[in-house]
Design a protein around this ligand. Structure first.
Ligand code: ATP
Ligand code: MG
Length: 749
């Protein structure tokens, strides 16, 4: 558990202390209509985690009230996910469908109390009669039916005497309630459908709002934790339990913010579309954010748990950068897995002055990893290196093998190029080289200077493997679906070469392939005849995005000397820029690294700086927004120029707009090339900082949330974020967060 307790744990502790519950029971209640995703992982970690921390129980419950979409294969996937994440559901899966008879009895009870009635309006009429936010709704004539008539009709609904949609059962609450959900919500509907567990016994199925609270009650749940969308359903939850007089040790609902991750779609509906549409190979495709996908790709459960722990539990929705998840797995594997060599695009090298064969004792781990272990690495006259580790006409700053420049073979000798062999069309097919006998790694007395070490494999002993290079499924930050798929999200390399040590241990084995990334033996397709490795993640964030969320992540230090060759070295010019950016301008090393290494970006950046002296603000926009555009087009094709970007940043600096709105303005600039100030004016995006405009909104939100006000005043200061979030939300993100923060603070004092 992290150092400070989250708001849910605080509630749980208060409830234990006050004696409200003797024991804590939570539940994780998925609908079995799709494979669980990383959002579910968050909910699993919260619910099972709280139960574990307070020595209670967590029930794995299938919320299976919608017969047409559910299936046992999803139940299995959910069980798998919970287990894989390391939680225990006591081998006992609960099903809402098991409570159908009890739920039916409760419905009968409500009817007898005059608190529920059979309505026979059409769907359209029901919608119309409900009213609007500003207008009260009204009841139709069927609401006047007698208890006897309601009982008769409801029993006949159950027996299957009516068609789908002919009648519904509704709670009799209040058609003019401010909370629209309370306007006589539906409790049951007719559905002549086969249920994967209950069979054909039922022709009526309970609605979420009726089934959920009662299932919680039946199971003795104390804390019913759900996501924010259900905030308004809480009133029904309470109404049902209160009206039925279920008072002792009854559950209460608490909401938290759902997890959203950029470059990712998370709804089961959209995931199902990708699976059914064949855009991915199945629910466990390693590009999907499903638990099965992460598992197959090679993520560890620990990395997912760490990620959930780092993002914490909040009361306001926000978007997490996918780079943070990628950081978690990288961080987990960095010190755990052996480092070996794999050549993806082989170029043959013949070492002419080497005769014979040797087995080098090569450590699996670098010196800074406190782990032991080594393997025998065969070395011989014929080896393969990566094709792009040799250049005939290298640009300045290229530190690997060239006709003039020797290079170290990792763990082995330094070699120099003697001759380049080409085929008829001029492609390089082989390098003839010589090695330096006194340069062996660990006992090098050659005095030869090299600028990097490259990976290689011995031709005779190398094994052919298939390597699947996975990248993000979506190239856009907020993907909608199929149209945003990254065409390069999967690249298959059929004939990569690995050193023999890679083949010996299996299954469930992970490696770092030096300089390439982390890899996992595919649990399904790997065979001795055709070993298959999945790329789990690269060694660094190749999307070059500012990883603003990785607060706890050590920044990738731009490396000056490249002995293990993980990051390409900088040229002198790039290094000068990097030093200036981190020193004089105070940029963090990751942003500085991105800028310094990209000629177009640094040029654009310097140009905008000459207009506006705001190095950090400009760097943020240039390395994120501008860089993204430059991935898709030439600098000359950009619709906007450096001066306009300076104008945009100036508006953030003088608080005319928030940095969130700035992104929106940028999108427009990228499309139309209009000036930012024009866009802001035309779209009315000016930040609201005037207290006179903000105060009434705060008043309204305070009036709507008396519970939270009380909790805040009782010391739950974290709720400040909730109020600020609500104000920002209701102004479409335009309110000045600083001003709102101050005013809310004042108001709630
Ligand atoms: P989706 O919208 O992805 O289909 P859902 O909410 O319909 O998800 P359920 O199977 O009903 O999925 O959810 C099971 C539990 O997981 C619920 O308690 C829900 O609140 C939680 N959950 C689902 N998605 C997320 C998410 N993105 N972040 C946190 N919790 C989530
Ligand atoms: Mg749902």
């Amino acid at each position: 558990m992290s150092e400070s307790k989250d708001f849910l744990r605080k509630i749980v502790e208060e409830d234990l202390k006050s004696g409200k519950y003797k024991e804590i029971t939570t539940r994780f209640p998925p609908e079995p209509n799709g494979f669980p995703h990383i959002g579910h992982a968050k909910s699993i970690v919260i619910n099972f985690g709280i139960a574990r921390d307070y020595h209670g129980h967590c029930n794995l419950r299938m919320d299976d009230t919608n017969p047409t979409k559910e299936d046992t294969k999803y139940v299995e996937a959910l069980k798998d996910a919970v287990e894989w994440l390391g939680f225990d559901f006591d081998n006992n899966v609960y099903f809402t469908s098991d409570y159908f008879p009890k739920l039916y009895d409760y419905a009968i009870e409500l009817i007898k109390m005059g608190k529920a009635y059979v309505d026979s309006l059409t769907e359209e009429e029901i919608r119309e009669y409900r009213g609007t936010v500003t207008q009260a709704g009204k009841r139709g004539k069927y609401a006047e039916r007698s208890v006897e008539e309601n009982l008769d009709l409801f029993q006949r609904m159950k027996k299957g005497e009516f068609k789908d949609g002919e009648h519904v059962l509704r709670a009799k609450i209040d058609m003019s309630a401010a909370n629209m959900k309370m306007r006589d919500p539906l409790l049951y509907r007719i559905r002549h459908a086969h249920h994967f567990r209950a069979g054909d016994e039922w022709s009526i199925y309970p609605m979420y709002d009726f089934a959920h609270c009662l299932s919680d009650y039946i199971e003795g749940v104390s804390h019913s934790i759900c996501t924010l969308e259900f905030e308004n359903n809480r009133d029904i939850y309470d109404w049902v339990l209160d009206t039925l007089g279920l008072k002792t040790a009854r559950p209460y609902q608490h909401e938290f913010a759902r997890l959203g991750i950029n470059h990712t779609v998370m709804s089961k509906r959209k995931l199902l579309e990708l699976v059914q549409g064949g855009q991915v190979s199945g629910w466990d495709d390693p590009r999907l954010p499903t638990i099965a996908g992460y598992k197959r790709k090679g993520y560890t459960a620990e990395s997912i748990l760490n990620f959930c722990d780092q993002i914490g539990i909040a009361k306001a929705n926000s978007m997490v950068d996918v780079a943070q998840l990628e950081f978690s797995i990288r961080d987990d594997l960095n010190t755990k897995v052996p480092r070996v060599m794999c050549v993806l695009d082989p170029l043959k090298v013949t070492i002419e002055n080497y005769e014979g064969h040797e087995e080098i004792d090569a450590s699996y781990y670098p010196d800074d990893v406190p782990k032991e272990g080594s393997r025998k690495l065969p070395f011989s006259r014929e080896i393969y290196i990566e094709r792009d580790d040799f250049m005939e006409n290298p640009p300045k700053g290229y530190f690997r093998l060239t006709p003039e420049q020797p290079v170290r073979l990792k763990h082995a000798y330094i070699i120099s190029c003697k001759e380049i062999i080409k085929d008829a069309s001029g492609n390089i097919t082989e390098i003839k080289a010589k090695y330096h006998p006194d340069s062996k790694s660990g006992s090098d007395t050659s005095g030869i200077k090299v600028k990097s070490a490259i990976h290689w494999v011995s031709a005779n002993e190398a094994k052919t493997v298939e390597v699947r290079l996975y990248d993000r499924l979506f190239s856009t930050e907020a993907p909608e679906g199929v149209e945003d798929i990254n065409p390069d999200s999967l690249r298959i390399i059929k004939n990569a070469l690995v050193e023999p040590a890679v083949i010996t241990e299996r299954p469930d084995v992970r490696f770092q392939f030096e300089r390439q990334g982390y890899f996992y033996a595919d649990p399904i397709d790997y065979t001795d005849e055709k070993p298959v490795f999945n790329k789990i993640v690269g060694l660094k964030d190749s999307w070059g995005k500012k990883t603003k969320t990785t607060k706890s992540a050590p920044r990738a230090q731009a490396k000056k000397v490249q002995i293990d060759g993980e990051v390409a070295a900088m040229s002198d010019h790039e290094q000068t820029l990097f030093d200036k950016y981190t020193g004089e301008f105070g940029l963090n090393s990751e942003v500085a690294d991105t800028l310094a290494r990209d000629e177009h970006l640094s040029k654009f950046y310097e140009e905008s700086l000459s207009v506006l002296n705001s190095p950090v603000g400009l760097a943020n926009i240039v390395t994120n927004e501008v860089a993204r555009e430059l991935k898709q087009m030439q600098a000359s094709e950009l619709k906007f120029d450096a001066k306009q970007i300076a104008g945009l940043v100036k508006m953030i600096d003088d608080t005319t707009i928030s940095s969130k709105i700035a992104k929106q303005v940028f999108e427009e600039m990228a499309k139309t090339g209009e000036d930012p100030s024009q866009i802001v004016e035309a779209k009315g995006l000016v930040q609201i900082s005037d207290p006179a405009k903000i105060l009434p909104i705060i008043d309204e939100i305070i009036a709507k949330n008396p519970d939270n006000v009380a909790k805040f005043k009782a010391g739950n200061t974290k709720l400040l974020g909730f109020f600020v979030g609500q104000v920002l939300k209701s102004t479409g993100g335009k309110a000045n967060p600083k001003v709102v923060n101050g005013l809310v603070h004042e108001k709630l004092k």
